[in-house]
Design a protein around this ligand. Structure first.
Ligand SMILES: C[S@@+](CC[C@H](N)C(=O)[O-])C[C@H]1O[C@@H](n2cnc3c(N)ncnc32)[C@H](O)[C@@H]1O
Ligand code: SF4
Length: 362
Protein backbone atom coordinates (compact mmCIF):
# COMPACT_ATOMS: atom_id res chain seq x y z
CA UNK A 1 0.00 0.00 0.00
CA UNK A 2 1.38 3.43 -0.86
CA UNK A 3 -0.19 6.21 1.08
CA UNK A 4 0.55 9.91 0.43
CA UNK A 5 -0.08 12.54 3.02
CA UNK A 6 0.91 15.91 1.64
CA UNK A 7 -1.76 17.95 3.33
CA UNK A 8 0.67 19.32 5.92
CA UNK A 9 3.08 20.67 3.37
CA UNK A 10 5.78 18.06 3.55
CA UNK A 11 5.06 15.10 1.37
CA UNK A 12 5.32 12.05 3.49
CA UNK A 13 5.39 8.76 1.68
CA UNK A 14 4.30 5.79 3.69
CA UNK A 15 5.30 3.09 1.33
CA UNK A 16 5.30 -0.27 2.89
CA UNK A 17 3.56 -3.51 2.34
CA UNK A 18 0.99 -3.79 5.03
CA UNK A 19 1.48 -7.06 6.73
CA UNK A 20 -1.46 -7.14 9.09
CA UNK A 21 -4.92 -5.61 9.47
CA UNK A 22 -3.67 -4.00 12.72
CA UNK A 23 -0.87 -2.20 10.86
CA UNK A 24 -3.33 -1.12 8.15
CA UNK A 25 -5.63 0.33 10.81
CA UNK A 26 -2.69 2.14 12.44
CA UNK A 27 -1.71 3.65 9.07
CA UNK A 28 -5.25 4.79 8.35
CA UNK A 29 -5.55 6.42 11.77
CA UNK A 30 -2.26 8.32 11.45
CA UNK A 31 -3.19 9.49 7.92
CA UNK A 32 -6.58 10.63 9.18
CA UNK A 33 -4.93 12.52 12.07
CA UNK A 34 -2.58 14.19 9.61
CA UNK A 35 -5.45 15.33 7.39
CA UNK A 36 -7.60 16.44 10.33
CA UNK A 37 -4.78 18.51 11.90
CA UNK A 38 -4.26 20.32 8.65
CA UNK A 39 -7.96 20.86 7.98
CA UNK A 40 -8.47 22.04 11.57
CA UNK A 41 -5.63 24.54 11.27
CA UNK A 42 -6.95 25.81 7.91
CA UNK A 43 -10.43 26.26 9.36
CA UNK A 44 -8.97 28.10 12.39
CA UNK A 45 -7.03 30.42 10.06
CA UNK A 46 -10.08 30.93 7.91
CA UNK A 47 -12.44 31.60 10.81
CA UNK A 48 -9.90 33.77 12.64
CA UNK A 49 -11.28 36.72 10.77
CA UNK A 50 -14.83 36.13 11.98
CA UNK A 51 -13.92 36.05 15.69
CA UNK A 52 -14.71 38.94 17.99
CA UNK A 53 -11.84 41.35 18.27
CA UNK A 54 -10.05 40.29 15.09
CA UNK A 55 -10.63 41.00 11.45
CA UNK A 56 -13.92 40.51 9.65
CA UNK A 57 -14.04 37.78 6.92
CA UNK A 58 -13.04 40.44 4.44
CA UNK A 59 -10.45 42.14 6.62
CA UNK A 60 -10.28 45.95 6.71
CA UNK A 61 -6.87 45.70 5.10
CA UNK A 62 -8.42 43.97 2.07
CA UNK A 63 -10.32 47.08 1.12
CA UNK A 64 -7.13 49.14 0.87
CA UNK A 65 -5.81 50.08 -2.56
CA UNK A 66 -2.90 48.21 -4.06
CA UNK A 67 0.29 49.29 -2.34
CA UNK A 68 2.26 49.22 -5.59
CA UNK A 69 5.70 47.59 -5.84
CA UNK A 70 6.00 44.18 -4.20
CA UNK A 71 8.12 44.41 -1.05
CA UNK A 72 10.83 42.08 0.15
CA UNK A 73 10.38 40.53 3.60
CA UNK A 74 14.08 40.93 4.46
CA UNK A 75 13.54 40.85 8.20
CA UNK A 76 10.44 39.24 9.70
CA UNK A 77 9.06 39.03 13.24
CA UNK A 78 6.99 35.90 13.72
CA UNK A 79 4.79 36.04 16.82
CA UNK A 80 3.79 32.36 16.66
CA UNK A 81 2.05 32.38 20.04
CA UNK A 82 0.15 34.99 22.01
CA UNK A 83 0.21 33.09 25.30
CA UNK A 84 2.43 34.40 28.07
CA UNK A 85 3.24 33.72 31.71
CA UNK A 86 3.92 37.41 32.49
CA UNK A 87 1.44 40.26 32.87
CA UNK A 88 3.28 43.37 31.69
CA UNK A 89 0.66 46.10 31.96
CA UNK A 90 1.76 47.83 28.74
CA UNK A 91 1.95 44.69 26.56
CA UNK A 92 0.96 45.35 22.94
CA UNK A 93 0.75 41.73 21.80
CA UNK A 94 -1.80 40.14 24.09
CA UNK A 95 -3.28 36.65 24.49
CA UNK A 96 -6.31 37.23 22.24
CA UNK A 97 -6.09 33.63 20.97
CA UNK A 98 -4.29 30.49 22.13
CA UNK A 99 -3.72 29.29 18.56
CA UNK A 100 -0.34 28.01 17.37
CA UNK A 101 0.16 26.61 13.86
CA UNK A 102 1.20 22.95 13.57
CA UNK A 103 4.99 22.74 13.23
CA UNK A 104 4.99 21.61 9.59
CA UNK A 105 2.73 24.46 8.53
CA UNK A 106 4.87 27.00 10.35
CA UNK A 107 7.88 25.55 8.52
CA UNK A 108 6.07 25.79 5.16
CA UNK A 109 5.35 29.46 5.81
CA UNK A 110 8.96 30.13 6.78
CA UNK A 111 10.09 28.43 3.57
CA UNK A 112 7.77 30.68 1.55
CA UNK A 113 9.30 33.72 3.26
CA UNK A 114 12.82 32.52 2.52
CA UNK A 115 11.88 32.05 -1.14
CA UNK A 116 10.62 35.64 -1.13
CA UNK A 117 13.91 37.04 0.16
CA UNK A 118 13.84 36.72 3.97
CA UNK A 119 17.32 36.98 5.52
CA UNK A 120 16.46 37.46 9.17
CA UNK A 121 13.78 35.84 11.28
CA UNK A 122 12.94 36.89 14.82
CA UNK A 123 10.70 34.68 16.94
CA UNK A 124 8.55 36.53 19.43
CA UNK A 125 5.17 36.28 21.12
CA UNK A 126 3.59 36.11 23.69
CA UNK A 127 6.35 34.18 25.34
CA UNK A 128 8.05 32.02 22.69
CA UNK A 129 9.59 29.58 25.21
CA UNK A 130 6.19 28.64 26.63
CA UNK A 131 4.80 26.40 23.87
CA UNK A 132 6.00 22.79 24.25
CA UNK A 133 8.54 24.06 26.84
CA UNK A 134 10.62 25.73 24.13
CA UNK A 135 10.88 22.65 21.90
CA UNK A 136 8.57 24.06 19.23
CA UNK A 137 10.71 27.21 19.15
CA UNK A 138 13.93 25.18 19.14
CA UNK A 139 12.75 23.15 16.14
CA UNK A 140 11.90 26.32 14.22
CA UNK A 141 15.26 27.89 15.10
CA UNK A 142 17.08 24.76 13.93
CA UNK A 143 15.01 24.59 10.74
CA UNK A 144 15.69 28.24 9.88
CA UNK A 145 19.44 27.90 10.35
CA UNK A 146 20.06 24.37 9.08
CA UNK A 147 17.49 23.90 6.34
CA UNK A 148 16.79 27.46 5.22
CA UNK A 149 20.31 28.69 6.00
CA UNK A 150 19.11 32.11 7.08
CA UNK A 151 21.95 34.52 7.92
CA UNK A 152 20.19 35.58 11.11
CA UNK A 153 17.93 33.75 13.54
CA UNK A 154 16.92 35.53 16.73
CA UNK A 155 14.45 35.39 19.62
CA UNK A 156 12.88 37.96 21.94
CA UNK A 157 11.87 36.51 25.28
CA UNK A 158 11.10 37.50 28.85
CA UNK A 159 13.71 34.90 29.84
CA UNK A 160 11.71 33.20 32.57
CA UNK A 161 11.24 29.83 30.86
CA UNK A 162 14.72 29.32 29.37
CA UNK A 163 16.69 26.33 30.66
CA UNK A 164 20.33 25.45 30.09
CA UNK A 165 19.47 22.28 28.16
CA UNK A 166 17.74 24.44 25.53
CA UNK A 167 21.11 26.05 24.77
CA UNK A 168 22.75 22.62 24.67
CA UNK A 169 20.19 21.39 22.15
CA UNK A 170 19.58 24.44 19.97
CA UNK A 171 22.13 27.13 20.90
CA UNK A 172 24.33 26.46 17.86
CA UNK A 173 21.53 27.51 15.52
CA UNK A 174 20.71 30.79 17.25
CA UNK A 175 22.46 34.08 16.40
CA UNK A 176 20.88 36.50 18.88
CA UNK A 177 18.83 36.15 22.05
CA UNK A 178 17.15 39.35 23.25
CA UNK A 179 15.83 39.43 26.81
CA UNK A 180 13.38 42.10 27.87
CA UNK A 181 14.14 43.95 31.06
CA UNK A 182 12.55 47.27 31.91
CA UNK A 183 14.07 47.88 35.31
CA UNK A 184 16.96 46.85 37.52
CA UNK A 185 14.78 47.25 40.55
CA UNK A 186 12.71 44.11 41.29
CA UNK A 187 9.90 46.15 42.86
CA UNK A 188 9.50 48.15 39.63
CA UNK A 189 9.39 44.94 37.58
CA UNK A 190 6.65 43.70 39.91
CA UNK A 191 4.70 46.94 39.48
CA UNK A 192 4.98 46.70 35.71
CA UNK A 193 3.91 43.04 35.76
CA UNK A 194 7.24 41.92 34.27
CA UNK A 195 7.39 38.89 36.58
CA UNK A 196 5.78 35.57 37.33
CA UNK A 197 4.59 35.61 40.92
CA UNK A 198 7.41 36.60 43.27
CA UNK A 199 10.18 35.04 41.13
CA UNK A 200 13.15 37.29 40.40
CA UNK A 201 13.27 38.56 36.84
CA UNK A 202 16.82 39.83 37.30
CA UNK A 203 18.33 36.51 38.51
CA UNK A 204 17.15 34.92 35.26
CA UNK A 205 18.56 37.77 33.23
CA UNK A 206 22.11 37.38 34.59
CA UNK A 207 21.94 33.57 34.28
CA UNK A 208 20.92 33.84 30.64
CA UNK A 209 23.65 36.39 29.87
CA UNK A 210 26.18 33.83 31.19
CA UNK A 211 24.65 30.99 29.14
CA UNK A 212 24.77 33.17 26.04
CA UNK A 213 28.52 33.59 26.56
CA UNK A 214 29.01 29.91 27.29
CA UNK A 215 27.00 28.68 24.28
CA UNK A 216 28.11 31.45 21.89
CA UNK A 217 24.84 33.25 21.32
CA UNK A 218 24.90 37.05 21.00
CA UNK A 219 23.08 38.60 23.99
CA UNK A 220 20.77 41.56 23.45
CA UNK A 221 18.53 43.60 25.77
CA UNK A 222 15.15 45.27 25.19
CA UNK A 223 13.62 47.86 27.51
CA UNK A 224 10.28 49.62 27.32
CA UNK A 225 10.43 53.11 28.80
CA UNK A 226 7.25 53.95 30.64
CA UNK A 227 6.02 55.96 33.63
CA UNK A 228 7.43 53.42 36.10
CA UNK A 229 11.07 53.42 34.91
CA UNK A 230 11.45 56.73 33.08
CA UNK A 231 13.54 58.29 35.90
CA UNK A 232 15.86 55.30 36.33
CA UNK A 233 19.55 55.42 35.45
CA UNK A 234 20.42 52.00 34.01
CA UNK A 235 23.91 52.91 32.79
CA UNK A 236 25.81 50.83 35.33
CA UNK A 237 23.70 47.68 34.97
CA UNK A 238 23.72 47.80 31.18
CA UNK A 239 27.48 48.33 31.11
CA UNK A 240 27.95 45.37 33.44
CA UNK A 241 25.70 43.12 31.32
CA UNK A 242 27.42 44.17 28.08
CA UNK A 243 24.73 43.37 25.47
CA UNK A 244 25.60 43.62 21.76
CA UNK A 245 22.59 45.94 21.40
CA UNK A 246 20.24 47.63 23.83
CA UNK A 247 16.91 48.47 22.24
CA UNK A 248 15.10 51.21 24.10
CA UNK A 249 11.43 51.53 23.15
CA UNK A 250 9.09 54.36 23.96
CA UNK A 251 5.94 52.66 25.32
CA UNK A 252 3.53 52.34 22.38
CA UNK A 253 -0.28 52.14 22.41
CA UNK A 254 -2.04 49.84 19.95
CA UNK A 255 -5.81 49.92 19.72
CA UNK A 256 -7.36 46.50 20.40
CA UNK A 257 -4.22 45.29 22.20
CA UNK A 258 -3.40 47.70 25.04
CA UNK A 259 -5.86 50.51 24.38
CA UNK A 260 -9.54 50.81 23.51
CA UNK A 261 -12.63 48.90 24.53
CA UNK A 262 -11.78 45.44 23.23
CA UNK A 263 -8.22 45.42 24.56
CA UNK A 264 -6.97 43.00 27.18
CA UNK A 265 -4.59 45.63 28.61
CA UNK A 266 -5.00 49.31 29.44
CA UNK A 267 -1.60 50.86 28.92
CA UNK A 268 -2.53 54.55 28.99
CA UNK A 269 -1.05 54.94 32.50
CA UNK A 270 2.33 53.71 31.17
CA UNK A 271 2.63 56.21 28.33
CA UNK A 272 5.37 58.87 28.44
CA UNK A 273 5.86 61.99 26.32
CA UNK A 274 8.47 62.51 23.59
CA UNK A 275 10.30 64.84 25.94
CA UNK A 276 10.41 62.32 28.81
CA UNK A 277 11.70 59.71 26.37
CA UNK A 278 14.39 62.11 25.16
CA UNK A 279 15.46 62.84 28.74
CA UNK A 280 15.87 59.12 29.37
CA UNK A 281 17.99 58.82 26.21
CA UNK A 282 20.12 61.82 27.22
CA UNK A 283 20.78 60.26 30.63
CA UNK A 284 22.11 57.16 28.87
CA UNK A 285 24.10 58.88 26.15
CA UNK A 286 27.31 57.20 27.30
CA UNK A 287 25.93 53.74 26.49
CA UNK A 288 27.20 53.09 22.97
CA UNK A 289 25.06 50.00 22.23
CA UNK A 290 21.81 51.91 22.87
CA UNK A 291 19.39 51.91 19.91
CA UNK A 292 16.39 54.19 20.58
CA UNK A 293 12.96 53.56 19.11
CA UNK A 294 10.35 56.25 19.38
CA UNK A 295 6.68 55.49 18.69
CA UNK A 296 7.01 56.93 15.19
CA UNK A 297 9.94 54.68 14.31
CA UNK A 298 8.27 51.58 15.73
CA UNK A 299 4.83 51.82 14.17
CA UNK A 300 5.52 50.91 10.53
CA UNK A 301 9.08 49.69 10.48
CA UNK A 302 8.48 46.09 11.53
CA UNK A 303 7.15 43.26 9.44
CA UNK A 304 4.97 41.44 11.92
CA UNK A 305 3.48 38.00 11.32
CA UNK A 306 0.82 36.83 13.75
CA UNK A 307 -0.01 33.29 14.91
CA UNK A 308 -1.91 32.57 11.66
CA UNK A 309 0.98 33.91 9.60
CA UNK A 310 -0.92 37.07 8.67
CA UNK A 311 0.98 40.33 8.38
CA UNK A 312 -0.22 42.94 10.87
CA UNK A 313 -0.52 46.49 9.62
CA UNK A 314 -0.07 48.99 12.50
CA UNK A 315 -0.41 52.19 10.47
CA UNK A 316 -3.86 53.07 11.79
CA UNK A 317 -2.74 52.61 15.41
CA UNK A 318 -4.23 49.10 15.56
CA UNK A 319 -3.15 45.75 14.14
CA UNK A 320 -5.05 45.11 10.90
CA UNK A 321 -4.36 41.61 9.60
CA UNK A 322 -3.70 40.64 5.98
CA UNK A 323 -4.68 37.20 4.72
CA UNK A 324 -2.37 34.37 5.75
CA UNK A 325 0.72 33.84 3.63
CA UNK A 326 -0.23 30.15 3.75
CA UNK A 327 -3.44 30.94 1.86
CA UNK A 328 -2.47 33.71 -0.57
CA UNK A 329 1.33 33.64 -0.65
CA UNK A 330 3.85 36.21 0.58
CA UNK A 331 3.61 38.61 -2.36
CA UNK A 332 -0.14 39.10 -1.99
CA UNK A 333 -0.19 39.23 1.82
CA UNK A 334 2.71 41.66 2.17
CA UNK A 335 0.80 44.31 0.19
CA UNK A 336 -1.33 44.72 3.32
CA UNK A 337 1.49 44.71 5.86
CA UNK A 338 1.85 48.50 6.13
CA UNK A 339 5.61 47.97 6.10
CA UNK A 340 7.68 51.10 5.51
CA UNK A 341 11.03 49.97 4.20
CA UNK A 342 12.52 53.49 4.42
CA UNK A 343 11.65 53.70 8.12
CA UNK A 344 13.03 50.18 8.61
CA UNK A 345 16.37 51.36 7.20
CA UNK A 346 16.17 54.68 9.09
CA UNK A 347 15.78 52.92 12.45
CA UNK A 348 18.87 50.84 11.64
CA UNK A 349 16.84 47.69 10.97
CA UNK A 350 19.68 46.30 8.87
CA UNK A 351 22.77 45.69 10.98
CA UNK A 352 25.36 42.96 11.57
CA UNK A 353 22.89 40.25 12.48
CA UNK A 354 24.79 36.98 12.01
CA UNK A 355 26.86 35.91 14.98
CA UNK A 356 29.48 34.71 12.48
CA UNK A 357 30.03 38.35 11.43
CA UNK A 358 30.19 39.78 14.96
CA UNK A 359 33.54 40.33 16.53
CA UNK A 360 32.65 38.91 19.89
CA UNK A 361 34.80 37.55 22.65
CA UNK A 362 32.95 34.47 23.71
C1 LIG B 1 5.48 41.55 22.89
S1 LIG B 1 7.02 41.08 23.52
C2 LIG B 1 7.09 39.34 23.19
C3 LIG B 1 8.35 38.66 23.64
C4 LIG B 1 8.52 38.44 25.13
N1 LIG B 1 7.36 38.03 25.78
C5 LIG B 1 9.15 39.65 25.77
O1 LIG B 1 8.48 40.34 26.54
O2 LIG B 1 10.31 39.90 25.48
C6 LIG B 1 8.20 41.72 22.32
C7 LIG B 1 8.85 43.03 22.74
O3 LIG B 1 7.87 44.06 22.71
C8 LIG B 1 8.08 44.89 23.83
N2 LIG B 1 6.82 45.58 24.13
C9 LIG B 1 5.71 45.05 24.66
N3 LIG B 1 4.75 45.99 24.80
C10 LIG B 1 5.28 47.15 24.34
C11 LIG B 1 4.77 48.48 24.23
N4 LIG B 1 3.55 48.81 24.61
N5 LIG B 1 5.58 49.42 23.68
C12 LIG B 1 6.83 49.10 23.27
N6 LIG B 1 7.35 47.86 23.36
C13 LIG B 1 6.59 46.89 23.89
C14 LIG B 1 8.51 43.92 24.90
O4 LIG B 1 9.14 44.53 25.98
C15 LIG B 1 9.44 43.02 24.14
O5 LIG B 1 10.75 43.51 24.13
S1 SF4 C 1 5.66 42.05 26.96
FE1 SF4 C 1 5.27 40.98 28.91
S2 SF4 C 1 3.14 40.28 28.83
FE2 SF4 C 1 3.75 40.88 26.74
S3 SF4 C 1 4.38 38.99 25.81
FE3 SF4 C 1 6.24 39.91 26.66
S4 SF4 C 1 6.46 39.12 28.75
FE4 SF4 C 1 4.38 38.64 28.03
Amino acid sequence: VTCWCDSVGSKMQISSVVASPGRLLQLCISTLCCVLTSVFSKVRRWTAGTCKGTASPVSPADSRPDEGEAQTPTSVNYHFTRKCNYKCGFCFHTAKTSFVLPLEEAKSGLRLLKESGMEKINFSGGEPFLHEKGDFLGKLVQFCKQDLQLPSVSIVSNGSMIRENWFQKYGDHLDILAISCDSFDEATNQLIGRAQGRKSHLDNLYKIRDWCQQYKVAFKLNSVINTFNVDEDMTESITELGPVRWKVFQCLLIDGENAGEEALREAERFVISEQQFQEFLDRHSSVSCLVPESNEKMRNSYLILDEYMRFLDCREGRKDPSKSILDVGVKEAIRFSGFDEKMFLKRGGKYVWSKADMKLEW
